[in-house]
Design a protein around this ligand. Structure first.
Ligand code: ZN
Length: 254
């Protein structure tokens, strides 16, 4: 890190020349740095402030959270490995390094509040915590950590959502929609809980949080529907290829 902060004087002592090791200042410089570290196949880089997306790429475009402008060389190398890694093992190792770099929450986005649950909902939370422990023992060998569960009165089309611990220092949580419990009943709510627990398992095992192959295999193993949506409408024509993203969050949708 010190190397990055060091400006070197060369030639004319009045001319302060930053050496190439200085931190990149914008998307173009960041892309140049990543290419120097071996990044291939990417021709455009955009900086984002979306607090749930750290790194994402699709086609030739790479999107990176702006906080990574200040990342250490090790983290930049991990971003290259995340994009270009050939094996799941390489990508998982890279993900761990990327997420371990502490970043500052963008100023304009409010920091998530700790579970503010209505008193009426507390009995539901206790029941969900009970089932979380039960499912953890039954399907995950008790390996998942205990995370706060919150009942959301605002989630409508989202039925449940898992949010991983963020590099901003916020803890992981599972949120379940109160409207979902009311409309679809307790069995469906437990299905959603288990769905979010599979995302928790992804996060805690170093997988990407998504509805990809690892999610589907684990969902089938624990006996739930391996889809993002509760009910699958008639299959749409043409398969959408999902981009690779290093997300902190995934939700089960209506
Ligand atoms: Zn999901």
């Amino acid at each position: 890190m010190m190397k990055w902060l060091r400006a070197t004087l060369r030639g004319d002592p009045c001319q302060l020349q930053l050496d190439f090791e200085g931190p990149p200042q914008n998307a173009e410089q960041l892309l140049a740095r990543l290419r120097a570290l071996g990044l291939k196949g990417i021709t455009r880089c955009r900086l984002t402030r979306n607090r749930a997306v750290m790194v994402s790429f699709s086609g030739r475009e790479l999107r990176i959270h702006e906080a990574y402008l200040g990342a250490t060389p090790e983290v930049l190398e991990a971003i290259v490995a995340f994009v270009c890694g050939r094996t799941r093992h390489e990508r998982r190792a890279a993900q761990r390094i990327i997420l371990s770099f502490p970043i500052r929450a963008p100023l304009r986005t409010p920091v998530r509040r700790p579970g503010r649950t209505n008193e009426e909902d507390e009995a539901l939370v206790r029941e969900l915590m009970y089932w979380h422990a039960e499912y953890n023992a039954r399907y995950f060998n008790g390996m998942l950590s205990t995370v706060p569960i919150r009942i959301s009165r605002r989630m409508r089309s989202r039925l449940g959502q898992y949010t991983a611990a963020s590099p901003y220092g916020e803890p992981a949580e599972i949120a379940i929609s109160r409207a979902h419990i009311r409309r679809h009943g307790w069995a469906e709510a437990l299905h959603t809980l288990l769905h979010e627990m599979v995302h928790q398992w992804q996060a805690e095992s170093g997988y990407e949080i998504d509805h990809g192959a690892a999610f589907r295999a684990k969902a089938i193993e624990v006996g739930i529907a391996p889809h993002a949506r509760r009910e699958l409408r008639a299959a749409k024509a043409g398969r959408v290829v999902s981009p690779h993203e290093l997300l902190l969050r995934a939700a089960r949708q209506e």
